[in-house]
Design a protein around this ligand. Structure first.
Ligand SMILES: C[S@@+](CC[C@H](N)C(=O)[O-])C[C@H]1O[C@@H](n2cnc3c(N)ncnc32)[C@H](O)[C@@H]1O
Length: 170
């Protein structure tokens, strides 16, 4: 399994997730679930990363499974759970079906072809209950241009680098 976020996982919270109000988005997603889902027992979050969103959502459901392609991201998962599965969202390995599947923070943008996108939706269809709910977001071109002006950042990270200061540019 390719650990695609191996190095990003070292700086993810410093550089990316600190800019996002996960509590707000968790509340919003939960409102959607309350409105559109009849059963709320089995939830699967794919591309969950290091569980920034899950930490606000997981206690609200009977079973909350987190999954990501990157083992390094899952190792930094912020919730204490055994339900962590390292898997590719294009090949979901689950035998059981879920009431709700969540794929947040533009993770669907990692799917780069129509063929793979079609495969992805087939995997979701296979893994979701008949009356299940799939929640995802996507970064579209217009939105990316809008945020491009904020794309130059410089930050320092002391973590994970044996006290040596590293400078990163994005
Ligand atoms: C922008 S991060 C979002 C992480 C998390 N959802 C959040 O809100 O912080 C994208 C995540 O998608 C994961 N990812 C990328 N391609 C994937 C794939 N094919 N299957 C599963 N996860 C994937 C990455 O490993 C990464 O953790």
């Amino acid at each position: 399994m390719k650990d695609n976020y191996k190095y990003v996982s070292l700086i993810y919270d410093d550089f990316i997730s600190n800019l996002i109000d996960y509590k707000f988005w968790a509340k919003y997603i939960y409102q959607l679930i309350k409105k559109f889902s009849s059963s709320k027992n089995y939830v699967l979050e794919i591309a969950s990363g290091n569980c920034n969103l899950s930490r606000y959502l997981h206690k609200k459901f009977t079973t909350y499974v987190v999954s990501d392609l990157s083992l390094s991201m899952l190792k930094n998962c912020k919730i204490n759970t055994k339900l962590k599965i390292c898997s590719d969202m294009l090949q979901l390995p689950f035998k059981r079906k879920f009431d709700i599947i969540i794929c947040s923070f533009d993770s669907i943008n990692y799917i780069l072809s129509k063929r793979k996108l079609s495969l992805f939706f087939k995997e979701i269809y296979k893994t979701l209950n008949d009356d299940g709910l799939f929640i995802f977001d996507a970064a579209l071109i217009k939105n990316s241009y809008h945020h491009q002006k904020f794309a130059l950042k410089q930050k320092k990270s002391k973590k994970h680098h044996n006290k040596k200061r590293e400078y990163f540019y994005t």
